[in-house]
Design a protein around this ligand. Sequence first.
Ligand code: PLP
Length: 468
Amino acid sequence: MPTDAMSADEFRRYGKQLIDWIADYWQGLEDVTIQPDIEPGEIRAMLPAAAPEAPEPFDAVIADLDAVVARGLVHWQSPHWFAYFPANASFPAILAELVSAGLGQQGMLWSTSPVTTEIESHVLDWLVDLLGLPAHWKTTGPGGGVIQMSASDASHIALVVARHRAAAGNARPHDMVAYTSSQAHSSIEKGARVAGYGHIRPINVDAQFGMLPDALAAAIDGDLSAGLTPAFVGSTIGTTGTTAIDPIRAIGEVAQSNGLWHHVDAAFAGTAMLCDEFRHHQDGLELVDSYNFNPHKWMLTNFDCSVLYVADRRPLIEVLEILPPYLKNRASQVADVIDYRDWHIPLGRRFRALKLWWVLRTYGASGLRALIREHVRLARWLDRQLMDDDRFEVVAPTPFSLVSFRHVSGDSTTQSLASEINREGPAYVTASSIDGMHFIRVSIGQTNTREAHVQRLWQTLDRLAPPV
Ligand code: PLP
């Protein structure tokens, strides 16, 4: 006989209890050790070998948040988080996520959830203005935005559309070439592999790790002479290694004159464009075919929320539209509605725009700008301390809020320093390398990271770094 696992009254009670648990979790983050001291398999060993046959009381389920879940958490939301890039979140976004689950919408077509579709289109149109993106990228123009799961999905789709366009000229995927800088995120190469490109060309960078447009042009010429088909170039505003910035306009001109699809990956740094003073880094976007940034990195909107814009939505829809009889509906046939299933690979889609909408409304553009400016100010302050200290060298500029530096004594001192910082805590940083040169990345962007946290990190660095 089926059981009703939870009544509406129990749902109210447990829901309130869990909101309290989450609030306590966030309030306790100031003092936690970010990376748990845990062995592989430890969590699984706490779980029963088989799924429960009999229903369990929900109190027991909640108890395991502390007994099991807490044991294996990496505390990405700690204000001492300086590793990778942030994956920041906020209370309004968390509540929106809960409501989105509560509403259980399936927004694959306009007709299956008009509100999911229209809030998404509208909020992404807002962002075009807020980020200083080309006005024709709005859904009210020829382009449009769509929320994807990740930047990797966004670039994969751009690669597929580019492949389709090149195939219209009778080229075979096997002969197609995708270009991106040697500093681009690995997802571009992965996307090109998945999309079946025969060739992926890493393009050289300058001393500040930005792609060299002349090297791109030369590579394209070489491939054309070899009978290949250049089809796609991916440039980056804010590379993962050092937040290097590719010259978008110059790359755009090379792409246009050779008929390549130009995709821009601004996964992390895109959020900075809320502030006017960073927009010169995106000069030339009007030449671009597609663009992506991740509110789930720096815009307080918990994972997953990655925005893809296309300058012209027709080639995207042409590639991804497929209409089985059971999805035919009057709105799609007679009205000019957006059916977002034609804008990404999955059919089904959640109401992810709700959290972006709530973040924008509760912080306001001014609140978000203030946070971005504060993070950048703190990064530049740290950059200055490092530059003024002869034990350290900064290995790349700090255009946003990532500081990349090393100990002048070399790779092994630098690596040991990163390990010691992480061992001591509460700060948590990433050790990285480019072409064999090791360095430390301090990425400032967690929701609650403020001056005191960065100062404390600097004090730790100052104490742990050996003299030259
Ligand atoms: N592009 C850049 C520049 C990144 O830094 C990252 C991740 O850090 C990605 C793409 C991949 O992001 P996602 O996890 O959303 O696929």
